[in-house]
Design a protein around this ligand. Structure first.
Ligand SMILES: NC(=O)c1ccc[n+]([C@@H]2O[C@H](COP(=O)([O-])OP(=O)(O)OC[C@H]3O[C@@H](n4cnc5c(N)ncnc54)[C@H](OP(=O)(O)O)[C@@H]3O)[C@@H](O)[C@H]2O)c1
Length: 289
């Protein structure tokens, strides 16, 4: 059985691989501060530990999903963000080159400035905040390894069932509790069901694809409309959702206005359907029942 090593296994995306591909592959997942069942303690900032663990496990593939993902925290803690997101990725790439493991690095739609939207894999990057810059540096580190077999899979606004809240589970919670919520109408992304992104990343490995892939949901949508879709699919009261503008929120890190991504390449090359929000939310509803 081929062995896949998933960094960030305690996170939203990383937690999906055992469910999606656990019957076909030996999946080894890692955690940092939040231990899980059969999970390996792993700090990607510790270069020696990364090298030792990856060389001793000698996986066929590494899917690198671990990161500091709180964009405002990264703005306030630039050194820590760089160590984890940029240098940590370099540490992983170095070890993968040594073992010959295929590396898929999970990156972000935030590498774009959001002035245009529907970006393709060839479009020019221009990150606005520190989180985004460190994730892009991670991409750049990987490209420097001549003998590394790698792919970069960019995702956007991940959602799905998980022990920690994400946008969808937060909206469900608030509406169930009868709370009014103010959601912006002027930020567009391509929300991505974590299970669907994990499936795409498994296909990248199976088809041995290289280069950049936009493994996101097949829909450009703003947060307000996304929240209304959540209410509709989960039969919740959408009148509790109020439209607002980004200027009404004080946020440390600048967000792109429209970081939606084009999924033509990923759907064509991988032969996979990337789900729009209605499809993704209905999947969540189905697996919950
Ligand atoms: N969430 C989004 O909307 C979004 C959007 C675009 C791109 N992405 C990218 O998608 C990937 C997955 O995101 P996610 O939302 O699933 O992440 P998440 O739920 O925030 O989980 C992050 C993971 O990284 C681990 N981690 C943090 N610091 C670490 C360190 N120093 N060493 C080893 N592991 C460490 C965490 O471990 P512990 O929890 O055990 O500490 C956790 O498993 C990330 O690369 C992120 O940049 C996410």
């Amino acid at each position: 059985m081929k062995r896949l090593f998933i960094t960030g296994g305690s996170g939203l995306l990383g937690s999906k691989f055992k469910y999606i591909a656990g019957s076909k592959y030996e999946i080894v997942t890692t955690h940092h501060k939040n231990p899980g069942e059969n999970s390996v303690l792993f700090d990607i900032t510790d270069e020696n530990d990364v090298m030792n663990k990856i060389t001793s496990l000698n996986p066929d593939a590494v899917i690198h999903a671990a990161a500091l993902t709180n964009v405002d925290y990264c703005e306030d803690h630039p050194k820590e963000a760089w160590n984890v997101n940029a240098k940590g990725t370099d540490n992983i790439a170095k070890a993968c080159e040594k073992t010959g493991s295929k590396l898929t690095y999970v990156s972000t739609d935030f590498v774009f400035d959001g002035e245009r939207g529907m970006y393709s894999e060839e479009d020019k990057t221009n990150p606005l905040g520190y989180y985004a810059s460190t994730k892009l540096e991670g991409e750049e580190f990987i490209r420097q390894y001549d003998d590394l077999n790698y792919a970069i899979a960019r995702v956007s606004v991940l959602y799905g069932w998980h022990t920690r809240m994400n946008f969808v589970t937060w909206v469900i919670d608030e509406l169930k509790n009868g709370n009014e919520i103010n959601i912006v109408t002027d930020q567009y992304n391509s929300p991505t069901l974590a299970d669907n992104a994990a499936e795409a990343m498994i296909k990248i490995f199976e088809k041995d694809k290289t280069g950049i892939y936009h493994t996101v949901g097949d829909e450009r949508i703003n947060r307000f409309d996304f929240a209304r879709n959540i209410a509709e699919v989960f039969d919740l009261d959408s009148s509790l959702i109020n439209p607002t503008k980004s200027t009404n929120f004080v946020q440390k890190a600048k967000r792109p206005k429209d970081s939606s991504l084009n999924v033509e390449k990923v759907q064509r090359d991988l032969g996979i359907k990337m789900l729009n929000t209605t499809e993704g939310l209905n999947y969540m509803k189905k697996v919950m029942q």
